[in-house]
Design a protein around this ligand. Structure first.
Ligand SMILES: [Zn+2]
Length: 168
């Protein structure tokens, strides 16, 4: 067992709302972890707090109830815990997604994470793993949160201007 998992702490009805590290895990199906190309999963994968395991195609789905709490309550998308105002944190600067990004935005992707939580996310998420170090900013939580809110508002404005879907 590595520090990423606690033996037997699987993702299930009891662990679904667990906050903190290590995350509850799932053991992935062979068809998922052996898939070649860009979508390659580890055999054992921790489930972030704002996600839940899904079936075929998408490995994880967003838990919308938790997604909404992240911005409102200043929580880490990966572990679900909060931050001290000056706590060093890290966020993905997803500038490249505007305006090319299509579909509803997962705002928690660009919210600050704890340093260790982002490390784990970048190990186990096949998408985050491919992102270059230069696409992240590190700093005190209160500052990164301001940046995250600005980014979120830009996306909201973009959608409200360019699509018929209304975002708030
Ligand atoms: Zn965290």
């Amino acid at each position: 067992m590595s520090k990423y998992f606690k033996d037997g702490f699987v993702y299930n009805e009891e662990s679904v709302n667990y906050v903190g590290l290590p995350r509850p895990y799932v053991d992935t199906e062979e068809s998922l972890y052996k898939k070649d190309g860009k979508f390659h999963l580890h055999k054992r994968v921790p489930i972030p707090w704002q996600s839940k395991p899904a079936n075929a195609g998408h490995f994880l789905n967003i838990v919308h109830e938790n997604e909404d709490k992240i911005y409102g309550l200043n929580l880490c998308p990966y572990c679900g815990k909060d931050f001290l105002p000056n706590e060093e944190s890290i966020r993905w600067i997803s500038k490249k997604r505007i305006p090319q990004f299509e579909g509803p935005s997962v705002f928690s992707d660009s919210h600050p994470f704890h340093i260790e939580c982002m490390k784990q996310g970048r190990i186990f998420c096949p998408f985050m793993r491919q992102i270059d170090d230069s696409e992240f900013e590190v700093g005190p939580f209160y500052k990164l949160k301001i940046d995250a809110n600005i980014y979120r508002q830009k996306v909201v404005d973009y959608y409200n201007k360019n699509t018929r879907v209304s975002y708030k």
